[in-house]
Ligand binder design. Structure first.
Ligand SMILES: [Zn+2]
Length: 182
């Protein structure tokens, strides 16, 4: 589905000091974006900044710009958007990522982030601003599958945690209730 890109005027330029002013980025600081922050594309950072603001949980950048050598050393795809400075990996640090991943993906898409990726078992969302929309999920084995399959697996990962949390609450209430007066 086509939608107008909200901040087109950032397309094709790198991040600069002015982006961090009062009318610029609201969530990420230079320190958050790494030493090579000037190599990052302004458009993708502004979109990711809006995403981080909107999700309501603490978000950290675990990968931004990668030099070709660094990208190779960590096994990144040769054509990785990180090498172009047009991708960020976002770590949702609240421990509830797997239960919320589908919502984060929808929010990222609504903000015009056209490339979306998941890593099985890791609370990370890869976002980029590639021209032709694309998505993927990387299994722990290294195999690439569709984002839909990745989300399905994430939901299954999240479910046991939700169940454990519920059981702990019930246990707490039971213990509390059993104390009684005196
Ligand atoms: Zn990535």
């Amino acid at each position: 589905m086509w939608a107008p890109r909200e901040v087109d005027y950032f397309m094709g330029r790198k991040l600069k000091d002015g982006d961090f002013g009062p009318s610029g980025l609201r969530y990420f600081t230079k320190a958050d974006l790494g030493a090579d922050w000037k190599m990052l594309d302004a458009d993708v950072v502004h979109r990711a900044d809006k995403l981080a603001q909107s999700v309501g949980v603490p978000v950290k950048v675990t990968s931004g710009y990668r030099s070709p050598a660094h990208n190779k050393s960590i096994g990144g795809a040769p054509d990785s958007m990180h090498v172009q400075g047009r991708a960020l990996d976002l770590w949702f640090t609240d421990g509830a990522f797997f239960s919320n991943a589908a919502r984060y993906v929808s929010q990222a898409r609504a903000l015009g982030l056209t490339g979306i990726g998941l890593y099985q078992g890791k609370p990370l969302l890869h976002v980029d601003n590639r021209e032709k929309p694309g998505s993927w999920a990387k299994l722990a084995s290294g195999k690439m599958v569709s984002l839909a399959e990745g989300l399905g697996r994430a939901a299954k990962t999240g479910a046991p945690f939700a169940l454990i949390a519920l059981l702990l609450v019930l246990l707490f209430l039971a213990v509390k209730g059993s104390k009684g007066p005196g």
